[in-house]
Design a protein. Structure first.
Length: 256
């Protein structure tokens, strides 16, 4: 009977020990059992991550003034983009060929996604909190803590248009079809912008800089209101012509 009890205790202890060894093996080899592919390291907090449109790369932004581009499968660090402040926002262009980054150094930067060559730098008067590409990849929108929404030409970085809030802007985005932009700010407001009207304003500002250019502190409120009314009238008058031009362009493209 004593021998039988000893055998039972030995068997129980053996399986308890085996279980502990197995649990330790799982814990120390978490990569094997959890499905973890790889781990990349920044020197400070990582504040955002996202995949490229084709899923082949990952970009990560950090409070160490950098964002890293990694191979999604093997975790190889492909290149690093550098700012002079925390990186607050990054985005891939729809075709994956470019990356836009925004930072607390007041800068918007567009880079070639393959190799990391810097294409251009745009400036806000405060931290850049959010950036996004238009669906056609031709423009970048940025929101800053200078209360401004800015639209930039992707090719040369020229500033095309500026919208305003009465507080810091935290987020900006395009609609999937590119017909609208939305911005949200610390003025408790969400604003949706008609991209067609914006593009008309961009075109008219080139033709009539005296009406569309701000005169800053030298402009009285009545002068500003009058100039704004002129802008609205010109945009309404031009809209039909503009839309006809866009339709004609699409017809020509469809015929090719």
């Amino acid at each position: 009977m004593k021998k039988f009890n000893f055998t039972i205790k030995f068997t129980i202890n053996f399986f308890v020990a085996l279980f502990c060894v197995f649990a330790f093996a799982i814990n120390t080899n978490a990569q094997t059992f959890s499905g973890l592919l790889w781990t990349g390291i920044h020197n400070e907090d990582v504040v955002l991550v996202l995949f490229s449109p084709d899923g082949s790369r990952v970009v990560s932004g950090s409070k160490n003034n950098t964002f890293n581009v990694w191979g999604a499968t093997d975790g190889v660090l492909l290149w690093t983009g550098i700012h002079d402040g925390d990186v607050s926002s990054v985005a891939f262009s729809p075709d994956g060929g470019k990356i836009v980054s925004g930072s607390n150094d007041n800068k918007v930067r567009v880079w070639y996604a393959n190799g990391g060559n810097l294409l251009w730098t745009g400036i806000h008067d405060g931290d850049v909190s959010s950036v996004a590409f238009s669906p056609d990849g031709g423009k970048v929108v940025s929101g800053g803590k200078d209360n401004k929404v800015k639209v930039w030409n992707v090719i040369d970085g020229s500033l095309l248009w500026t919208g305003t809030h009465s507080g810091d802007i935290n987020s900006v985005s395009y609609s999937p079809d590119g017909s609208k932009m939305v911005s949200g700010g610390e003025d408790n407001k969400v604003r949706v912008w008609n991209v067609v009207a914006v593009e008309i304003a961009i075109e008219l500002s080139k033709q009539h800089p005296d009406i569309f250019a701000s005169k800053g502190e030298y402009e009285t409120k009545s002068e500003y209101d009058e100039r704004l009314n002129q802008q609205k009238k010109m945009i309404r008058d031009y809209e039909k012509t503009y839309l006809d031009i866009q339709k004609a362009k699409k017809l020509r493209q469809n015929k090719k």
